[in-house]
Design a protein around this ligand. Structure first.
Ligand SMILES: Cc1cc2nc3c(=O)[nH]c(=O)nc-3n(C[C@H](O)[C@H](O)[C@H](O)COP(=O)(O)OP(=O)(O)OC[C@H]3O[C@@H](n4cnc5c(N)ncnc54)[C@H](O)[C@@H]3O)c2cc1C
Length: 349
């Protein structure tokens, strides 16, 4: 049966971007959100120009208070490697509100203050669960995910940043910490515990520090089931966030493109299989995340010394070989990490 009525649960990035893409394809979906007004959930707010260009919303520049030419990966000994890519920190709440206004202007229906209590009460040909990490629709589908806690402080400081900064240092996080400048403020956070963020901030000695807001939230990934009958999942409800970078917004965009194509071709039944075979859900991520978590600071320092000043997207064979010969990683681990990182670079931010 061709899909006509589409209901999206959730007006976060996944719901809004999917809604705009459906409108662009000629459908008129309805978005329901329990909030009285749209407010972003906690996020580092980092996104690349490549990902933004795929969102059918033209005037995003007013919602991107900080532009960077590159991301910087900082090792425990202070050495730095780079990923040259134009990227931004977004002001998510104002950007989402503008996308919601555009969604309505183009004919979509947005019902705020509408909490879905029972999925069975929803009547539509297709119900899209974009209702975040604790998704009600996800429970009805039977999705299971892994989770990690993220904690972030919004601060003011005269800190001199160098691009969008990722700190790979196991003293603070089993994965990474970040400082993302955002106009007059900074988003400073990590994957892990609040007390370790306090230590990270103290050790960085951020000048003229003023803490404006402290927040923590959940990041789900490794979704296992994203479709059942006329229910499909996207965004955090689906667990499509990148397991390595924990970037979720770009995944929402790529997954929305698959979903809209499935709806257009009247092949919604293929959605899960197509998402699971796309690089946003590459099987290499599972092992790559394990290897990334097991690398210690002494190996990171050695790798940092070899990579210092280099562009990670253009590493030559000799450098890769040096890392393997230096005993920092096994050749198979190196291959897996490189492959997963190249997918993450392309599809996760
Ligand atoms: C600390 C942290 C840092 C991050 N940093 C980045 C980053 O820098 N870049 C990046 O790309 N990603 C980042 N992410 C991930 C990113 O924030 C998420 O992947 C993304 O917000 C998921 O969007 P979503 O629309 O799926 O879910 P959400 O943003 O959670 O939106 C879900 C919406 O559904 C609504 N809803 C929920 N239940 C119901 C219901 N029963 N009825 C009606 N409405 C409902 C909610 O009100 C909400 O508006 C980060 C996450 C965290 C926690």
């Amino acid at each position: 049966m061709a899909v006509r009525d589409i209901t999206i649960v959730g007006a976060g990035p996944a719901g809004l971007i999917t809604g705009l893409k459906l409108l662009e394809a000629g459908f008129t979906p309805t978005i329901l959100d329990k909030q009285q007004e749209i407010v972003s959930t906690l996020c580092g707010e980092g996104l690349s120009a490549d990902a933004l260009a795929r969102v059918p919303f033209q005037d995003w520049s007013a919602y991107a208070p900080q532009e960077f030419s590159h991301a910087t990966f900082i090792f425990p000994n202070g050495t730095r490697a780079y990923a040259q890519k134009k990227c931004y920190t977004m002001d998510r709440t104002s950007w989402f509100r503008a996308m919601a206004a555009e969604f309505e202007q183009r004919g979509g229906e947005l019902r705020l203050g509408t909490k879905v209590e029972r999925v069975a009460d929803l009547k539509a040909d297709l119900i899209i669960g974009a209702d975040g990490p604790f998704s009600l629709v996800g429970k009805a589908v039977g999705n299971r995910m892994e989770h990690i806690g993220g904690v972030q402080y919004r601060v003011r400081s005269s800190y001199a940043f160098d691009g969008m900064e990722f700190f790979i240092d196991k003293r603070y996080s089993p994965e990474y910490s970040w400082i993302f400048a955002k106009g007059k403020t900074l988003n400073v956070g990590l994957l892990g515990r609040q007390k370790d963020l306090e230590k990270f901030i103290a050790d960085r000695a951020l000048p003229d520090l003023e803490i404006l807001k402290k927040e923590a939230y959940n990041i789900p990934f490794f979704g296992t089931k994203i479709q059942e009958g006329n229910l499909v999942l996207t965004g955090d409800a689906a667990g499509v966030t990148n397991p390595l970078t924990k970037g979720g917004m770009a995944a929402c965009i790529h997954v929305a493109e698959i979903l809209v194509d499935c709806v257009l071709r009247d092949k919604v039944g293929e959605y899960q299989q197509r998402v699971f075979s796309h690089p946003v859900m590459a099987p290499e991520y599972r092992e790559a995340l394990r290897y990334f978590r097991e690398i210690d600071n002494s190996s990171l320092d050695k790798a940092g010394a070899m990579l210092n000043g280099r562009d990670l997207a253009h590493l030559d064979r000799a450098t890769k070989l040096k890392i393997v010969v230096g005993g920092l990683t096994h050749p198979r681990k190196m291959r897996t990490l490189m492959k997963a990182s190249s997918y993450a670079n392309k599809y996760s931010w």
